[in-house]
Write a protein that binds this ligand. Sequence first.
Ligand SMILES: NC(=O)c1ccc[n+]([C@@H]2O[C@H](COP(=O)([O-])OP(=O)(O)OC[C@H]3O[C@@H](n4cnc5c(N)ncnc54)[C@H](O)[C@@H]3O)[C@@H](O)[C@H]2O)c1
Length: 413
Amino acid sequence: MEKKTHFNTVLVTGGAGFIGSNFVKHILDTNVAKKVVVLDAFTYAGTPENLSPFIEKTEVLITTQGESFEKVEWKGDEEEIELQSQKLPRQWIPKLKPYRRRLVSLSELRERLDSFSTAEERFMLVVGSITDAPLVESLIGSVDAVVNFAAETHVDRSILNPGAFLTTDVVGTYTLLEAARKAGWSKESGHRFLHISTDEVYGVAYHGSFTEESPISPRNPYSAAKAAADRLTASFFTTYGLPVLIVRPSNNFGPYQYPEKLVPVMVINALNNKPLPIYGDGTQKREWLFVKDCCSGVATVLTSGRLGEVYNITAGNERENREVVHRILKRLGKPESLIRHVKDRPGHDIRYSISAEKLRRELGWQPQHSFEEAMDATIDWYVENKEWWQRILERDEEYRRFWEEWYGERLAT
Ligand SMILES: NC(=O)c1ccc[n+]([C@@H]2O[C@H](COP(=O)([O-])OP(=O)(O)OC[C@H]3O[C@@H](n4cnc5c(N)ncnc54)[C@H](O)[C@@H]3O)[C@@H](O)[C@H]2O)c1
């Protein structure tokens, strides 16, 4: 299959999240994409500041048709946009308030996409859900690739509320796939549909490392929903000849990760001299992948991957959770007495491990960052970018609710 070194316009879903926003910068910097359209629902995990400096230079587009917003009423520039939404939580409104926003119908959106294709601008941001079929169909008609990062991503939240994971991760992926199929994407059309899956779909690696040939065996609602989306994506290749690619990255760390995942939680709590909650004895093992290496892996698969194939992405770097926490405390000069061993996550997978041999051998990908340097740089990033995470913690009531519900009792006992 012919290698595609660059794309005119790539639709990046979930582009305001952690990996998605790093990926947007990566493909614009490396010219893998001439232009990027981000579609993001701005759930609690979507952070507009992650898209700086692009977001300041554009109008954030909000569609008044489609299914993301039922009813839209524009109350003037100074006031809040009044939106009732069945599909989107309202928390995106205060987050996007500092930015220039414009309400557009779907036909106006299509006109915007047409003029975007010939304009100098390289970045467009659309607020909406990947489950919104009319919106997604309007977008897919104007792009030559989709990279689907959008998802509910936190295992702990999937234990509290699995329904949201099925809706976004499974139905949302289906909605995108179906839109690409309806748009006539095929193996010959030059389009690409790259789905971001996860190493968690394989389940626990008691011994050795999983290859792409290993059976999948997800064990929590998050990984089960991701596995469903992963296999649905593959089925659109075998059934309809849709030009799909699937990647399964290991545990990412780096700048702009929402402060609910291990590294940012531990750094932030340590900086605030608050207890660091470690599940059980902290011996769970993960393979730690610097987000920039993940992005280069995804871009490699997008440009050179064989259609219909799955590629694992890992840099090895197997570490126990407690080792990562010790490293953070050491780097910050904080005492180990801050560590609090708390009741474990139910069904906690003790070890994930995958092999990226296929990606190295077939496509020549190599990670560029050592674990030690990248982890220290990441810790330093959270120290130097306090206002980034403080703003999130202050404005996000939902975060406080989650923290209380999940950790309140754990930390009290
Ligand atoms: N973080 C990791 O370690 C890791 C590892 C392997 C795979 N992945 C996968 O990579 C992808 C990105 O992960 P992340 O850590 O950046 O996640 P994240 O939680 O930081 O970001 C998810 C983004 O998706 C958006 N989103 C959620 N629901 C949406 C919807 N219905 N429509 C449009 N946008 C929606 C959110 O607003 C947010 O911006 C996910 O698919 C995840 O499963 C993550």
